[in-house]
Design a protein around this ligand. Sequence first.
Ligand code: GDD
Ligand code: MG
Length: 327
Amino acid sequence: MDAVVLVGGFGTRLRPLTLTRPKQMLPLVDRPMIEHVVGRLGAQGVARAVLSLGYRPDAFEAAYPRGRCAGVELFYAVEPEPLDTAGAIAFAARTAGVRDAFVAVNGDVISDFPLADLLGAHRSQGAAATIALTPVDDPSRYGVVRCGPDGRVQAFVEKPPAGRSPSKWINAGMYVLDPSVLDLVPEHRPSSIERETFPALVQRGVLHAVARDGFWIDAGTPAAYLEAQLALSGGGWIHPQAQIDRRAEVRGSVVMQGAVVGPGASVVGSALLPGARVGAGAAVERSMVGFRAEVGADARLCDFSVVGDDSKIPAAAALSNERVPGA
Ligand code: GDD
Ligand code: MG
C-alpha cells in the first residue's frame, strides 16, 4: 500500500524555526518529525511513502539520500508551485503512478489512529474517500465534520469561526482515497482537499468517516509541537550529549544533542534544540530555543516563545509569547 505524505507546506505557525527547514524536518525528541510519521505508517503496512514536497524539498533528499526513511521506501514528488492539499496529493499520486486505493496523511500529525479501521470501513462501505476523525475541545483551527449514524459525512467545514462548529469531531488528517477522487482535482492550479474536494464528495454522499478517540497531535503550532515533544518522550528527555550544570533545574523538557544549560538556569516544559545554549540564571518556560541559539544570562522566556536558529537573546531580556527573529 502507498501513502502520500503531505510535507510541502511553509510551516508559518512554527516560524522562525521553519525559516531554515520544513516543519517535518524539525526534531521531535530524537529524530525528525517525518520519521515518526513514516515509521507509524510503515508499522501499519505502508510499503511506500510518496512525499509530497514543495517548500525546501532538498532537506528531505539530503536527509534520506538512499530513498528510505524509518524502514519505508520513499518516492519524492516535488511540485512545481504550491498546489495546496488536494492539488499536492493529486500531483504526488499521479507522479508516483499510484493506481489503487491509497492512504494520504498530513505530515505533521502524530497519532495512533488504526489505519486498519480506516481501510476496513473504506472497503465495506464502498465510499470514494474515508477520513479519520478525532475529538478536540476547540475545533475552530481544524476541519470540523458532522456524520450520520452510518458513518456518512453530512458536513465538512474547514476552520469554522469559534463557537460555530457543527461537532467536536475533526478531520484527523488521515484518509483512504480511491483513485477516482483524483479526477475531481484540477491539474496545474492550487486546490484544497478540505475546502473543495471533501465538500464536493459530501454533496455526492460518498465521503465516509471513522471516529476514534486516542493519541493524536497536529504538531503544527508552538504549543502543539511542545506537547508532542513531551508526549513522545514520556514527559521529558535529555540527550546523553547535552550538558546540564548541576546547579541548573530541568523539568518536563526535551533537551537535544549538544544543548548546554548553565548554572542556576531553569528549563521547564520546554524544548532546547540541538546546540541551544541557556546562560547562567536564565529561565525558559514553555518555550523553544532553536539550533545553536543562545539565551543570555538571567534572561526569561515564557508562554511559547520561539527562538530561531543561531539567534541570540541578550542577557536579562524578558520575552513572553515572542518570536525571535520576528515575522
Ligand atoms: N505539498 C504540499 N503543498 N503540502 C502542503 C501544502 C502545499 O501547497 N500546503 C500544506 N501542505 C502540507 C503541510 O506541510 C501539512 O503537512 C499538511 O499539508 C496540512 O497542512 P497544515 O497547514 O498543517 O494544515 P492545518 O493543520 O491548518 O489543517 C489541516 O490539518 C488538520 C488536522 O491536523 C486540515 O487538513 C484540517 O482539516 C485538519 O483538521
Ligand atoms: Mg497541521
